[in-house]
Design a protein around this ligand. Structure first.
Ligand code: MRU
Length: 348
């Protein structure tokens, strides 16, 4: 399953509208920078690795539009900048733009070629890191079939193909080593309930969807063997930004001695950002939490705090898995990660 396609004539980025799933499969034909920025902003297309590909193909759309509308170099550069800045937290978007932008002078075919290469590399990276992640988990968790919790959507929909954290889950399933997935529903846009469950159903993987607020109790109750999440930006020290709610899972895992695993292509690693403190966290519109299904639920005057992501400190992360290998910021799963949070420590 792929949530995207590039068409050469006319130059078009075809995207599966992720706001309409699972009820409807609607494809968007994106031909302008405005349309792409809008699709990214309202999460019709989302997920860090797929945003990386959108960055690359966004440069192609800008070059094609410049040809059609007679933009000069300054206007073209500024429109490419709008794509790059469409969302701030997932580093892949800027990475995709930066990787393809140097080819603008070589023409549309060269730009499209670079964007296609980037997309192919992403899928290959996802498949490689999924094998590495499954190997790492199975070498450390002694159980015939695993119970896994995941958060948000990190599957084929969020990437150019296959998935990252979801890819590891898929790999465990293919190896016959998966018992059950707890899929957090993922507030406020329900990427877990709508998108991850859609993929899990299509792939025949046993799962339940749970409220985000249930996850820590599920972990502390002994129902989870490993937590696996994706990432939007991994700072140089291993601090990781991912969908809001991720850090709550990590804290519960630290208390329960359950390994907390982050999976991402190396394009999500941002060595220029020293630590999580420097990661810009996107604030989403208030309506996403003050309303439900278009109906206002909060009383008049209520204001919202609606961060799209949070940062998990590296010392809560047992393993960061990329296609280049596995690093262990908190080396031994099941041993104290924070003072006073050891599994054997008395509960406060
Ligand atoms: O706001 P979203 O839906 O783009 O957030 C997506 C996530 O947080 C994913 O977990 C992350 O991008 C990794 S996807 C492989």
């Amino acid at each position: 399953m792929r949530a995207w396609a590039w068409l050469d004539a006319p130059p078009t980025l075809r995207l599966l509208d992720q706001t309409r799933l699972p009820q409807e499969e609607v494809w968007l034909d994106i031909r302008t920078v405005d349309a792409l920025v809008d699709a990214i902003g309202r999460l019709a297309v989302r997920g860090a690795p797929l945003l990386g590909a959108c960055g690359g193909f966004g440069v192609a759309l800008a070059v094609a539009q410049a040809d059609r509308e007679g933009w000069d170099a300054a206007r073209t550069a500024s429109e490419i900048g709008r794509v790059r800045d469409a969302r701030p937290t997932a580093v892949n978007l800027a990475w995709g733009v930066d990787r393809v932008r140097p080819l603008v002078g070589a023409g549309l075919a060269a730009v499209v070629g670079a964007a296609r290469a980037l997309a192919s590399e992403d899928e290959a990276a996802n498949r490689a890191l999924s094998r590495l992640g499954a190997d790492w988990i199975l070498s450390r968790v002694d159980r015939p079939a695993l119970r896994v919790v995941t958060h948000c959507n990190s599957g084929a929909l969020a990437t150019t193909g296959w998935g990252t954290a979801y890819g590891i889950i898929h790999e465990l399933h293919d190896r016959g080593r998966l018992e059950l997935v707890y899929a957090d529903e993922t507030r406020p846009l329900l990427q877990g309930a709508r998108l991850t469950c859609w993929e899990l159903t299509a792939d025949g993987i046993p799962h339940v969807v749970q409220p985000d607020a249930a996850a820590s109790g599920t972990i502390l109750g002994g129902h989870v063997d490993v937590a696996v999440i994706g990432a939007d930006r991994i700072a140089a020290n291993g601090d990781t930004a991912n969908k809001v709610g991720s850090v709550a899972l990590a804290l519960a895992c630290a208390r329960a001695g359950v390994p907390f695993v982050v999976a991402a292509p190396f394009s999500t690693v941002d060595l220029a950002t020293p630590s999580g403190d420097a990661i810009v966290i996107e604030q989403r519109p208030a309506d996403e939490v003050l309303t439900c299904g278009g109906t206002r639920l909060a009383p008049p005057g209520a204001r919202a705090h609606n961060p799209a992501f949070d940062v998990t400190p590296h010392d809560l992360i047992a393993a960061i898995v990329t296609e280049r290998g596995v690093v262990e910021p908190a080396p031994t799963p099941g041993v104290p990660l924070l003072p006073g949070l050891a599994p054997e420590a008395p509960r406060p």
